[in-house]
Ligand binder design. Structure first.
Ligand code: C5P
Length: 398
């Protein structure tokens, strides 16, 4: 089963005696690699203090929707975007009812409404409350909306009753959380992804490059491998850790990236070009360091090969996906790219907006194909990658 390395888990703790188990749950999630932030409802704070969960999570615990200090640091919308998963454990009968009705009058409810990520709940309540028709109806409704229900377990309860309603044990919840990040949507498929910038050498010590962080391509590689694909990530120079279970090919220049892509793409089902390839390279790569003798020097540049267009023109081509970073007239420019490069799909984003794109942790994109346009909301690159991989899996399984 997968790990939770680099995953952002936003844990909601609601009122119930099982709140004491949330302390151990934080530990288990962290042990699996997750970063955990916590939201507590007022009732939860009657059972366990925010200080305990702050000390364990290593982050301030969020407790109020209308707290100007907290909103300035990380408000409810940022928390919603930060999360790769919202896990509510314990989830009381009252919270399940409020979640079912989409109530956003408190912080936890508002964050659930504002987030695009998966939501999981671990119900914990008295067995009669769990068995109650209202609770069951709410749980069925949440389940039908794709909210994951973990447990509850059966056995002795704090109130003296015996039956179903105990919060699942932290190790079991952690296993189920890991499973939520994995699927078999791309089982048996091979996915090749390019990421990061390229560097085009001027001389032995200098190069032309760009500010691409590689975050989007790396997030896509994680999502692809978690969907069961054999995943090859061809990466330019970035400061990111190689994702687990992904075959990584390190490249420097656009020519290296092309060579590696042509090698990797044999038998591939999907090719995603997330790399920010330098459009031009110096016409001459000097063998010796260029000396600063002259007041002015000119730099002759030669056009680099277009990697994604080359892959799209192969006789046996994978489903080929390009990115289009635009500052204006997004859809028109992206459609031109789709047609000119003969791509199957373009992921377009507006880079005139400073809060998304290069180097940012968030992104907002529009998915464009020959016959469709789908605008996705702003979300973290991790959550976006999961959405995009699900979309691509549905394209190649048609
Ligand atoms: O033409 P433009 O650079 O805007 O196109 C962006 C898309 O094309 C991205 O998917 C990028 O990875 C890809 N690209 C490429 N080779 C190039 C230039 C861009 O694969 N030389």
């Amino acid at each position: 089963m997968g790990s939770l390395v680099n995953k952002h888990v936003l844990m909601g703790v609601t009122g119930g005696i099982a709140a004491y188990k949330s302390a151990e749950l934080i530990r288990q999630l962290q042990k699996a690699g997750a970063t955990v932030r916590v939201i507590m409802t007022p009732a939860a704070q009657e059972f366990i203090t925010p200080l305990t969960l702050q000390a364990l999570s290593g982050y301030p615990v969020h407790t109020a929707l209308l707290d100007s200090a907290a909103e300035a640091a990380m408000g409810h919308i940022e928390l919603a975007r930060w999360a790769d998963l919202i896990l509510i454990a314990p989830a009381s009968a009252d919270f399940l009812a409020r979640l079912c009705h989409g109530e956003g009058g408190d912080l936890l409810g508002a964050v659930c409404l504002a987030s695009s990520c998966t939501i999981a709940v671990a119900p914990a309540m008295n067995q009669a409350m769990w068995a109650n028709a209202s609770t069951q109806k709410n749980v069925n409704n949440l389940n039908s909306r794709g909210i994951k229900i973990i447990g509850p377990g059966e056995g002795y309860q704090a109130c003296g009753d015996v039956g179903a309603g105990r919060m699942e044990e932290p190790d079991l919840i952690t296993d189920q959380v890991k499973a939520l990040f994995t699927s078999n949507l791309l089982d048996g498929k091979k996915v090749v992804i390019t990421a990061g910038p390229t560097r085009e050498a001027l001389d032995p010590v200098r190069y032309i490059s760009n500010h691409s962080s590689g975050k989007m391509g790396y997030a896509l590689a994680v999502a692809a491998v978690e969907a069961g694909a054999e995943t090859i990530l061809i990466s330019g120079p970035v400061n990111l850790q190689a994702p687990e279970r992904v075959t990584i090919m390190h490249v420097v220049s656009a020519q290296d990236l092309l060579d590696a892509s042509l090698e990797a793409v044999v038998d591939a089902d999907i090719f995603i070009a997330a790399a920010a390839v330098a459009d031009y390279r110096p016409a001459h790569n000097a063998h010796q360091k260029i000396k600063k003798n002259d007041d002015n020097i000119s730099l002759a540049l030669t056009k680099n090969p277009d990697i994604v267009a080359t892959i799209a023109s192969l006789e046996k081509r994978p489903f080929t996906v390009g990115f289009a970073a635009e500052t204006n007239d997004l859809e028109n420019h992206a459609r031109k790219k789709l047609n000119n490069k003969k791509l199957d799909l373009v992921i377009a984003n507006d880079v005139s907006n400073q809060s998304i794109g290069f180097n940012s942790d968030d992104n907002q994109v529009t998915i464009i194909t020959n016959d469709s346009t789908e605008k996705l909301p702003l979300m973290s690159k991790g959550t976006l990658a999961i959405h995009l991989i699900r979309h691509l899996a549905s394209c190649v399984s048609k």
